[in-house]
Write a protein that binds this ligand. Structure first.
Ligand SMILES: Nc1ncnc2c1ncn2[C@@H]1O[C@H](COP(=O)(O)OP(=O)(O)O)[C@@H](O)[C@H]1O
Ligand SMILES: [Mg+2]
Length: 336
């Protein structure tokens, strides 16, 4: 290569390369006075070549080369964060590198902010509280308006629609609260068979409307577990309703409750449309839903509740149907 002779690089070429470098490079003498700075360094310092001699790196940063320091300066309306690092050379000079870490810095701040929110729960409960009261006011007003309209007035339709939408928002808010509620379980001895029966009872009308047949299989003997019956019922209802909703044209929903040593297993299978592969990894995420009117909290809440019982919830799914398997220790206190 023509600019390399006797193994030495041509100074002009070196300068050109340094000028192109996005990293700032400065050379300072023994006293810290800057004797050279490339284009990026001048830009980061906000000076031109003529005022270079006024700059002393000892004023910019500590002599201790191992320490990295940051400098903040403004360029127009922009705030730049520049990182400087100083490295001594054998002859007493030192090199200072300057890099623009504005973006990294912003990202770090972003992450810190998100960390502060800590969990979706904290965020959602805050918002939910803010929305709940005005919403209640809107609903009362809409109901009052409805009462003033004649039964035949077509405007009643509009008001009813407002009320329906408010109720939907309220349901969403309840979901937020469930999600945000700090996990206080109230564990008591109970029979999972009874909880399954109750959950099925709660969804039976929906099942009938959707032409879904529910079949329950219970263990032959009475088994007592320690669990929070309301929470477990909530889990079962979430999974049952999802199963019913997956069977748009009717189908069969089977629930198998089985005793397996120290654990109980609840299998809930549907003959619905199944969970597409690209969706499988996300169904337990808060607010993940594929339904036009879904909220996407059912499974994430269920997951939390099951985990709080030291249990497990998994599923297998194909286009012919889905099976959710929930295992719960008979005594969560004994698991660890
Ligand atoms: N039995 C099931 N069959 C098919 N898809 C399911 C089933 N259960 C859950 N899903 C999928 O998981 C998503 C998340 O469920 P969930 O957390 O209960 O929220 P939501 O029911 O409000 O959508 C659903 O939108 C659906 O795509
Ligand atoms: Mg659901």
């Amino acid at each position: 290569m023509h600019w390399l002779y006797n193994g030495t690089m041509d100074m002009e070429v070196l300068r050109e390369i340094l000028a192109m470098l996005p990293t700032g490079v400065m050379l300072a003498d023994e006293d810290g006075a800057v004797v050279f700075a490339n284009r990026a360094a001048l830009e980061y310092l906000g000076v031109d070549e003529s005022s270079l001699k006024e700059i002393n790196v000892d004023g910019l940063m500590d002599r201790d080369s191992s320490r990295k320091e940051t400098m903040v300066r403004t360029r127009g309306s922009e705030r730049l964060t520049i990182r400087l690092s100083r490295h001594p050379l054998a002859d007493g000079h030192s090199v200072v590198f300057l890099s623009d870490i504005t973006e990294i810095h912003q990202l770090q701040n972003e992450i810190l902010k998100m960390d502060k929110l800590a969990s979706v729960g904290e965020l959602t409960s805050g918002i939910a509280h803010e929305i709940r009261n005005p919403l209640a006011g809107i609903k009362t007003t809409a109901q009052a308006l409805n009462a003033e309209l004649d039964p035949g007035d077509h405007r009643r339709d509009y008001v009813s629609r407002i009320i329906i939408e408010i109720d939907r928002l309220n349901k969403l808010l309840m979901g937020f609260f469930d999600f945000a509620r700090p996990g206080e379980l109230s564990i008591i001895p109970c029979e999972l068979s009874k909880i399954v029966e109750n959950a099925v009872y709660m969804v039976r009308d929906t099942a009938r409307e959707n032409h879904v047949q529910i079949i329950e299989f219970h263990p032959p003997r009475k088994v007592v577990s320690k669990a929070d019956p309301h929470m477990i019922q909530q889990v079962l209802m979430n999974v049952l309703i999802n199963a019913i909703q997956a069977m748009e044209f009717g189908g069969r929903l089977e629930i198998h409750l089985t005793e397996r040593g120290e654990r109980m297993e609840i299998q809930i299978s549907d003959t619905g449309k199944g969970i597409p592969d690209h969706v499988k990894g996300r169904i337990f995420d808060p607010f993940f839903t594929t339904k036009p009117k879904g909220i996407g909290l059912g499974l994430s809440i269920s997951y939390r509740i099951v985990k709080m019982h030291s249990g497990n919830i998994t599923f297998v799914s194909n286009p012919g149907g889905t099976t959710f398997v929930i295992t719960l220790p008979k005594d969560p206190g004994k698991v660890r």
